[in-house]
Write a protein that binds this ligand. Structure first.
Ligand code: PLP
Length: 336
């Protein structure tokens, strides 16, 4: 199958499977797993943080960050479109007793600092305590520039807030900005990274932060049932994803541009090529198109897309230019 639904669908390469088979392991809850320890210490250093924690998913890494930074009755500022507000089952409220304070995202995915400032609560028993700002980069395939990261940093220092970055696809941002990853993370107090998206690991995310934040997150991870034993099997693959695959993301971005350019030939599809900044293409199909039918016909021909308005198409390690050409040919056949 050629799967455009998400970059989470990538399967571990042969080298990862070998590394998993041969991984040195121990009980990670005792701190004894050498492969997990190596991954965490390498990642902390590489990204300029004191410590790191290997987590089962990005959702877990974000939740642990929120629970480490915020106490019961605190609140965090975030975007209305933020993954850790909208797409994580309300975990911060459900499990952390932390209230989200969402703010509408601007067109470019950023959050307006005036609107954020207006949402900060005074120190008064009527209100939750505003403790943290959480931002996301990339957000819906769009990149927040370094200038925005600097402003977010200044804003949080001015208002005595912590700053968390949901960096599920932060390597896509670094690739698009053509900067080193550490140039982006230097501004934040904690950051999550998904290893199981464009970087291609089968399972796992990292949370990075200060020793105190990671110590607290490690405790909450155990409480939430995320203390994994011989997790080195997973860390071995994650390590390859993190060390070898960031420089493959440019290819995904080039492929997304190529895909978008090819889609422009269809009268029934509209999209903005300038919005294609990383590995995502958002294609609007005309109302006259029977989208569920298109999805089914593509599916019968070995191509998976999600029926959305707009349709989100994602490029990744398991999609090459020939796959895109095949998709376009099938689409032409179906639409005409
Ligand atoms: C995918 C994603 C997550 C969550 O990752 P899972 O591993 O699917 O739980 C968090 N934030 C963003 C921005 C994401 O895209």
């Amino acid at each position: 199958m050629i799967d455009f639904r998400s970059d989470t669908v990538t399967r571990p390469c042969q080298q990862m499977r070998q590394a998993m088979a041969n991984a040195e392991v121990g009980d990670d809850v005792y701190g004894d797993d050498p492969s997990v320890n190596a991954l965490e210490s390498w990642a902390a250093q590489r990204h300029g943080f004191a410590a790191a924690l290997f987590c089962s998913s990005g959702t877990q890494a974000n939740l642990l960050a929120l629970m480490a930074h915020c106490q019961r009755g605190d609140e965090y500022l975030c975007g209305q479109q933020a993954h850790n507000y909208k797409f994580e089952g309300g975990g911060a409220a459900v499990l952390g007793s932390i209230q989200p304070q969402p703010i509408a995202n601007e067109e470019d995915g950023s959050l307006c600092f005036d609107k954020l400032a207006a949402a900060i609560k005074p120190d008064d028993a009527h209100f939750a305590r505003t403790t943290l700002l959480s931002i996301e980069n990339t957000i819906n395939g769009k990149v927040l520039p370094l200038s925005y990261m600097t402003k977010a940093r200044d804003f949080t220092r001015q208002h005595q807030l912590q700053l968390h970055l949901d960096g599920a696809r932060i390597y896509n941002a670094a690739t698009a900005l053509k900067v080193d990853i550490s140039d982006i993370c230097q501004y934040v107090d904690s950051m999550s990274i998904c290893l199981s998206k464009g970087l291609g690991a089968p399972v796992g995310s990292l949370l990075l932060g200060s020793s105190a934040v990671i110590k607290s997150a490690r405790r909450w991870r155990k409480v939430l049932g995320g203390g994994m034993r011989q997790a080195g099997i997973l860390a071995a693959a994650a390590n390859i994803a993190l060390q070898q695959n960031p420089n493959k993301l440019q290819q995904d971005h080039d492929n997304a541009k190529y895909l978008a350019t090819q889609l422009q030939q269809f009268a029934d599809i509209s999209l903005d090529l300038n919005q294609v900044e990383t590995n995502m293409v958002f294609a609007h199909f005309a109302d006259s198109v029977d989208l569920p039918l298109v999805v089914n016909k593509l599916n019968e021909n070995g191509i998976l897309i999600s029926a959305g308005k707009p349709v989100r198409l994602v490029t990744h390690l398991d999609i090459n230019k020939a796959d895109i050409d095949h998709f376009i040919a099938q689409l032409r056949h179906i639409l005409t």
